[in-house]
Design a protein around this ligand. Sequence first.
Ligand SMILES: C[S@@+](CC[C@H](N)C(=O)[O-])C[C@H]1O[C@@H](n2cnc3c(N)ncnc32)[C@H](O)[C@@H]1O
Length: 217
Amino acid sequence: MNQRAKDLLKKGTAELGVDLTPAQLNALDLFAEELKKWNRKINLTAITDDEGIAVKHLVDSLSLLKVVRGPGSMLDIGSGGGFPGIPVKLVQPDLDIVSVDAVVKKISFQKQAVRLLNMVRFDALHVRAETLAAQYAGHFDWVVSRAFSDIPSFVAMALPVLKDGGRIVAMKGKNAAEEVTAAEGELEKLGARVESVQDFALPCSGDARSLVVISKT
Ligand SMILES: C[S@@+](CC[C@H](N)C(=O)[O-])C[C@H]1O[C@@H](n2cnc3c(N)ncnc32)[C@H](O)[C@@H]1O
């Protein structure tokens, strides 16, 4: 990434209360360069400029650390090019992460990023999230997603693999409040409830963001 994008990444994460070490900054930069390289051949993201990647992918993914902390296990459903799971792992290595996507090319990219960045205890799996319960029933402390689906569909996939006392986190943009209100009845039927909604402005862009935290009832 160019110097301006690196400065935005450092400033944006500092605003989130995350002080990146030079090694973490370097790892996030390497990941961004690999993303750009693969994106020329396969469609991983519509955001291709360095500043956009720094703010809308990296800082945005790391905003999850407002509520998710290690140590523990985390599942990222519908992770695409590795968001939020890969940036989160690079900054919070004591989280054991499973990252799933239904599109094999996206998982091939994530596996390459794992090799390039020497990541351990990060499994990128080409599976549909609906099939995970056979292997991971009641396993995860955190089940997260960004730009994945409506809240009830996500929660229906997350509940079978959530540990007792675990939390589901939906990363949302504007209109989160309306989505939460619309989801309440369905969540009750599923045996879940919205525990908190943390609204904030994405650093460096000001775009509205919300972290919707959901627990089992
Ligand atoms: C809009 S993309 C978001 C990607 C990434 N989370 C991000 O924020 O950039 C949604 C992703 O969910 C994946 N997906 C959709 N349904 C899925 C399912 N049932 N199980 C696993 N992945 C799924 C798609 O292949 C796609 O990569």
